[in-house]
Ligand binder design. Structure first.
Ligand code: FBP
Length: 552
């Protein structure tokens, strides 16, 4: 594979390892744990892996154990996130440090490779080319949901064939939920296979006290912020467009919020706030129009609006419609199968009732269709396919014309639309993500060596120097609660949405009015891999604020 000049130099970057992982490690066990909610239900479903203690690693100055060789398998699951290749390198290096005879196998194209026995051995020579690069192309990823005992049994066959002692699942909240279910299943049948999870997702919604951030969030937000900054420069130069920019992130608005802190746009919508204030689509449109009209009074007919991709699901009336649609799409799947667009809309409409039926009918056809697309394998609406940015700008244009007639607006309005998601998911990881992922992987190898199962690799204290990061494992069941999925109550890892009492949101909210009625854009520029630490190693503003630090 021919590498770019940057990749060639970047390949030599040696991720910094926390000092607790630098030599031999020993395990410190904490108190037994509980799930975040629905303790009784979760406990019943996970009799073997519920209540396990949190573990922390520390340096073992007098190691006595001779480590027996063992084999490990890995799966990359779900959407790509920068740093995945360094998780693999970290696991590999951790395993080799324990015993040179240890082997690492990668299952190809996500969980389906595990079920269908598609794999490859990951050797030093093969991994070398992927160190510090973005993407998941080292073994590929996929969204097959690992949920049925038949899949677990099929997978177990290949694990036994390859003499694999532990499986590492690198994924988001849903994939890690599956990791917990698999760990419990293997423990229950005495399969003698450990399962460890690694917190991945650009969305930033897999976090809690022990998982301070999921990997990839930092890099993806920096890529989006660079491009938003570039658009803002263009916007402030031509002074003729409103840019409606939708940002990936699925349900949570963490990405939009982080990018707003980085780039200071005129408007950033926060889905969680919209839900809390029970705002309607009209309320949102009116707010955008208010800002546009106020700016027009100052002669500014330009601006930027950041929109989290999951927004639509948080508008209470839409949320209720989507919940109803989720049931209709499952209950009437065979009736809908193979129907043309118009017919499909009619059938769905006929099964909706009351306000939901009215709202469905009132939506532009392309939006109604996008809302009615198949759910992903975890039962989620595929929000990345819903063009909220054009829905909002169309409604804003209409409302501005009404305001013009009412004498409340006399500006010019022209919109540009953007959607940033895939652009950031495979970027070369920032130093932060390169170090964090390498540590997560290395740490996962240590969890395996400690005989643990049903744990997520946890590296904390992330705004301190890498040296001082705290490493260990958190029982996955601890992060779980019961939620309705595909019409059934299921144990799942609780998603972390934007906390409206948290410092990142409060910081943004305190600046919001000023940003709307002025032009205070920031242009963060591209990710820097070489240079002073304050530029190259700075974690996300979200993380800094959450850790009580200040941002400019
Ligand atoms: P994960 O939750 O698997 O990490 O994926 C995140 C994400 O990038 C979301 O932000 C986005 O909605 C979704 O993936 C898009 O999925 P796909 O890659 O299947 O189009």
């Amino acid at each position: 594979m021919k590498k770019s000049a940057l990749q060639r130099v970047r390949a030599d970057y040696q991720p910094k390892l926390p000092k607790d992982l630098q030599g031999s490690v020993k395990v410190k066990f904490g108190e037994p744990t509980q799930s975040v909610a629905n303790q009784e239900e979760v406990k019943q479903l996970f009799p073997h892996t519920y209540g396990l203690p949190i573990v922390e690693f520390e340096n073992d100055e007098n190691p006595t154990r001779v480590e027996e060789p063992f084999n490990v398998g890995i799966i990359l699951s779900g959407g790509q996130a920068p740093g995945g290749h360094n998780v693999v390198s970290g696991i590999f290096d951790g395993l080799k440090k324990l015993n040179k005879e240890n082997r690492l196998y990668g299952f190809l194209m996500g969980p389906s490779g595990f079920i269908d026995h598609q794999y490859m051995e990951l050797t030093a020579g093969y991994i070398k080319d992927f160190r510090n690069t973005g993407g998941f192309d080292i073994i590929g990823s996929g969204r097959t949901k690992l949920e049925y005992p038949e899949q677990f049994d099929k997978g177990l066959k290949v694990l036994k064939e390859l003499n694999i002692k532990a499986l590492v699942i690198i994924g988001g909240d849903d994939s890690n939920t599956n990791a917990a279910v698999l760990a419990e299943y293997y423990k229950n049948i005495g399969a003698n296979v450990q399962v460890i999870g690694v917190p991945k997702t650009i969305d930033g919604d897999l976090k809690n006290k022990w998982i301070e951030t999921s990997f990839g969030f930092d890099t993806a937000c920096k890529v989006y912020s660079e491009v938003i900054g570039n658009i803002q420069r263009d916007c402030n130069s031509a002074k003729k467009y409103y840019h409606f920019i939708k940002l990936m992130g699925r349900s949570a608005s963490h990405i939009a919020l982080e990018c707003a802190l980085e780039t200071q746009p005129n408007i950033c919508l926060i889905s969680e706030e919209i839900l809390a204030k029970r705002m309607t689509l009209d309320n949102i449109v009116n707010y955008i129009c208010y800002v546009i009209a106020e700016r027009a009074k100052m002669g500014w007919n330009f601006g930027t609006v950041l929109i989290p991709e999951g927004l639509i699901e948080f508008i209470p009336s839409m949320k209720s419609l989507i919940a109803d649609l989720n049931e209709v799409l499952v209950d009437y799947a065979s009736e809908l199968d193979g129907k043309e667009e118009e017919e499909k809309l009619k059938v769905i409409h006929s099964h909706l009732t009351g306000a939901n039926a009215d709202l469905y009918k009132s939506l532009p056809k392309h939006i109604a269709l996008q809302l009615s697309l198949d759910r992903d394998s975890h039962g989620n609406v595929q929000v990345s396919l819903i063009e909220t940015e054009s829905l909002l700008s169309e409604m804003v244009a209409r409302r501005l014309e009404e305001m013009r007639e009412e004498g409340q607006y006399s500006g010019k309005f022209a919109a540009q639309h953007h959607f940033f998601g895939y652009e950031g998911r495979c970027a070369d990881p920032t130093n932060f993500d390169a170090d964090y992922t390498y540590a997560l992987g290395y740490n996962a190898a240590m969890l395996i060596n400690s005989g643990l199962t049903g744990y997520m690799s946890s590296v904390r204290n992330l705004t301190d120097h890498t040296e001082n990061w705290i490493c260990g494992g958190i029982p996955i069941t601890m992060m779980m609660n019961m939620e309705r999925r595909n019409g059934e109550l299921k144990p799942v890892i609780q998603k972390a949405l934007v906390n409206l009492n948290g410092r990142p949101y409060l910081k943004f909210a305190s600046r919001r009015e000023t940003l709307a009625l002025n032009t205070l854009y920031q242009y963060p520029g591209p990710i820097q891999y070489f240079g002073p630490a304050e530029i190259c190693d700075r974690p996300s503003m979200t993380l800094l604020l959450e850790h009580g630090k200040d941002i400019d």
